[in-house]
Design a protein around this ligand. Structure first.
Ligand SMILES: [Zn+2]
Ligand SMILES: [Zn+2]
Length: 111
């Protein structure tokens, strides 16, 4: 699969039953629908979200992110309590997080 932000190859990272896709270049993470929710434990976030959060933040400027599954433009979500946290979502297929953002998102799941 190709990264929806920088078009580089993504590697599959196994997390128990679930396979997450991680970009080799920007370290963004793709989760198929429901996977992010099932993996939101803190240790898993630290395990898969290995990219540099500063790189992740710089990727927030990339617009028109297309779903890697269906090529539709994904919706961008902002978290008002965590200004660095922005992620893209396709209703049908899943979520894309820049490096560092999945960790923030996972932390906020339990607040
Ligand atoms: Zn990428
Ligand atoms: Zn899609």
């Amino acid at each position: 699969m190709q990264c929806p932000k920088c078009n580089q190859e993504m590697d599959e990272v196994e997390c128990g039953e679930v396979v997450v896709d991680r970009c080799r270049s920007c370290h963004g993470l793709w989760f198929d629908k429901g996977e992010a929710e099932s993996l939101s434990a803190q240790w898993i976030a630290e395990f898969v979200d290995t990219g540099d959060p500063e790189v992740g933040e710089s990727m927030d400027d990339v617009d028109d992110i297309h779903c890697p599954r269906c090529s539709n433009v994904m919706r961008r979500y902002f978290d008002i309590s965590e200004s660095q946290l922005q992620f893209e979502e396709c209703d049908e297929h899943g979520k894309f997080f820049d490096a560092g953002e999945f960790t923030l998102w996972a932390e906020n799941q339990y607040l």
